[in-house]
Design a protein around this ligand. Structure first.
Ligand SMILES: [Ca+2]
Length: 150
């Protein structure tokens, strides 16, 4: 284990009593930032100053499922490598983190995204560009059952 508190800034040199934390990429630079609510103290924003050039940003939009697609399972595949995340709601006390998903990938090659929606249906989306965040709408992808039969 390596002690890095001093490199993190002054926030980490003083004890705090935290009550809630929300995670999200507030400045859209591909790295997660934190908003922390304290007991008897002001809210703190900890901005992650690192950058990540190969981040695939996904926003799921449910139509049959809930609008934010909370509960969806998302698998990203590039060649023979796979990464999985879930769209989650809630989290910390009185806090709600960003429902957008970010996958830091090793290359900017096209990726295949398989979404299993809370409705139980599974769809595949092909991602070929990385310049912007992608919005994946339930019902707009290729049904996973259709894909496997072709
Ligand atoms: Ca950020």
């Amino acid at each position: 284990m390596v002690e890095v508190s001093e490199q993190g800034g002054t926030y980490f040199s003083v004890p705090h009593v935290g009550r809630g934390v929300a995670v999200g990429d507030l400045d859209n630079n591909g790295t997660p930032d934190l908003v922390i609510v304290h007991q008897n103290d002001s809210v703190t924003l900890l901005r992650n100053r690192h950058t990540s050039p190969r981040v695939l940003k996904l926003t799921l939009v449910g139509t049959k499922s809930n609008l934010e697609a909370i509960g969806s399972r998302v698998m990203v595949q590039q060649a023979d490598r796979r990464w999985v995340q879930w769209v989650r709601g809630g989290g910390s006390y009185l806090s709600h983190s960003d429902v957008r998903l970010q996958f830091a990938l090793p290359t900017m090659e096209p990726a295949e995204v398989t979404v299993t929606w809370p409705s139980g249906e599974s769809e595949v989306f092909s991602v070929k560009t990385w310049e912007q965040a992608h919005s994946l709408k339930e019902g707009a992808g290729l049904a996973n059952s259709d894909r496997s039969s072709k």
